[in-house]
Design a protein. Structure first.
Lengths: 186, 190
C-alpha cells in the first residue's frame, strides 16, 4: 500500500534535483554546491563569438549593465585578475548586471585550454571565445580606442554605450565603482 | 584669372597637406641601453641604416614567443638590405640572465637590450609585446604596430612589417603606417 506514494515522492525528488542542476548549469548561472560545481565542469560551454554576435551582446542589453572582460589563458595579468571578476559577477544580480568574458585564445583551444581554466577558477559567468578573421577587427569591435593589450575591461550601460574602458589589470573595487556609477544599489 | 587662382589654391592646399603630414611624423630621441652582455647600444649607432626596426619583446609572453622565428627570419631577410633590428625588453620581471638565455635558446641574431624601469617603452608609448617601431635615419617613426596579423603563422593574411620595410627600401611612402599590435601588456614598474 505504501509503495505507490513512496514511488511518487521519489520520482518528484529525482525531477526536482534534475531541474536544479540544469538551472545552475546554464551559461551565466551561479555555481552552488560541490555537486553542482562538478556538474558544471562537465557541461560548461564556451561559444565562439563573431563581430555580429559581439555587437548584439553590447547593444541588446534588455535593461542590463554589461561588464565585458577580454582575456586569454596565456595572459598572466588576465589570470591574476580572474578571481576579482568571479567576485564581481557574484556581487550583482545577473538580471541587472551581466558579467561576460571574451577569450582571445583560439576557438580550437576551447576544450584544451579555456574550459579547464574556467573550471579551475570556478567561473560562474558566460565566456565566449573571439572568432574573427582579422585580429584588428576584434580589437576595433571591442573598442576603437583599444590598443590590443590584454586584459581589457569595459562597462556598458543598459543602452549599450561604453561608459568605462580599462586596458590592463583592474580590481574588484575599481570595477564595482564603475558599475555602481550606473547602478547605485548593487 | 579665376582658373589661375584655383590652380594656385590647389597647389597651396596640397603643399600644406604634405608639410603638415611631415610635421606630424613622430620623432624618437636618441637613447642608450645595454644588451645582456653589458654592451651599450645607442640609436645613433644605427644612423647609417636605411631603416631601424625596434621590437618590444618578452621572454614569457606566448604571443611574443610565437614570433621568435619570424623575427629571426625578418632579420635574415632585411639586414643585408641595410635594415637594422634591435629588440627591447621592458618587462620588469624578466631579468638580464633570463633575456640572455631566451635569446640564445631562440637563436636571436639581433641585439636584445634591457630597458630598465621601462623608460624607453614610456618614451615610445609601447604597450604590448610584440610591438614594432620602424624609424628612418632621422629617427622618425615610419611604421608602428604589429609584425603581422596572426600569432599563428599559417593564418597570416597581412604581413604589415614586411610591407612597410619593402616600401621604405623602394623609396615609397609606407601605405599602412599604423596597425594595432596585439599581445601581452608590458609589465611596467609602478
Amino acid at each position: 500500500m505504501m509503495a505507490k506514494p513512496l514511488f511518487v515522492v521519489g520520482l518528484l525528488l529525482v525531477v526536482l534535483i534534475g531541474t536544479g542542476c540544469r538551472q545552475n548549469d546554464r551559461p551565466g548561472g551561479r555555481s552552488g554546491s560541490a555537486a553542482t560545481t562538478t556538474e558544471k565542469k562537465t557541461v560548461r560551454t564556451v561559444e565562439p563569438i563573431d563581430e555580429a554576435g559581439l555587437q548584439r551582446l553590447i547593444k541588446q542589453r534588455d535593461g542590463r549593465i554589461l561588464f565585458l572582460n577580454v582575456w586569454a589563458t596565456w595572459c598572466a595579468p588576465c589570470v591574476e585578475e580572474f578571481p576579482d571578476l568571479v567576485r564581481l559577477s557574484r556581487a550583482y544580480d545577473e538580471t541587472q548586471v551581466e558579467v561576460v568574458g571574451i577569450s582571445a585564445d583560439y576557438p580550437d583551444e576551447i576544450d584544451s585550454k579555456i574550459v579547464p581554466f574556467l573550471n579551475k577558477q570556478n567561473v560562474p559567468f558566460r565566456v565566449y571565445v573571439a572568432k574573427f578573421d582579422r585580429q584588428e577587427d576584434f580589437i576595433n569591435a571591442v573598442s576603437r580606442s583599444w590598443s590590443g593589450a590584454l586584459p581589457a575591461s569595459g562597462v556598458y550601460d543598459p543602452q549599450g554605450n561604453q561608459r568605462f574602458f580599462l586596458v590592463g589589470k583592474g580590481t574588484f573595487e575599481q570595477f564595482k565603482k564603475e558599475i555602481d556609477k550606473l547602478k547605485p544599489t548593487p | 584669372m579665376l582658373r589661375r587662382f584655383f590652380a594656385l589654391l590647389t597647389v597651396a592646399v596640397l603643399l600644406f597637406s604634405v608639410l603638415r603630414a611631415d610635421e606630424t611624423k613622430r620623432k624618437v630621441g636618441n637613447f642608450t641601453l645595454e644588451d645582456y652582455n653589458g654592451a651599450k647600444h645607442s640609436l645613433a649607432d644605427f644612423k647609417a641604416s636605411k631603416a631601424i626596426v625596434l621590437m618590444f619583446i618578452a621572454t614569457q609572453c606566448p604571443v611574443s614567443n610565437a614570433y621568435n622565428a619570424r623575427m629571426v627570419e625578418l632579420h635574415k631577410d632585411y639586414s643585408s638590405k641595410g635594415v637594422s633590428f634591435v629588440a627591447i625588453n621592458s618587462n620588469k620581471q624578466e631579468s638580464v640572465e633570463e633575456i640572455k638565455k631566451h635569446s640564445k635558446d631562440n637563436g636571436f641574431t639581433f641585439a636584445v637590450l634591457k630597458d630598465w624601469n621601462n623608460v624607453i617603452a614610456d618614451k615610445l608609448e609601447a604597450s604590448v609585446t610584440p610591438e614594432i617601431y620602424v624609424l628612418n635615419s632621422n629617427f622618425e617613426v615610419l611604421y608602428h604596430g604589429r609584425i603581422d596579423d596572426s600569432q599563428r603563422e599559417g593564418k597570416v593574411m597581412s604581413k604589415d612589417l614586411r610591407a612597410a620595410l619593402d616600401s621604405i627600401l623602394s623609396g615609397k611612402t609606407v601605405e599602412v603606417q599604423e596597425t594595432k599590435a596585439f599581445g601581452c601588456t608590458i609589465k611596467r614598474v609602478k
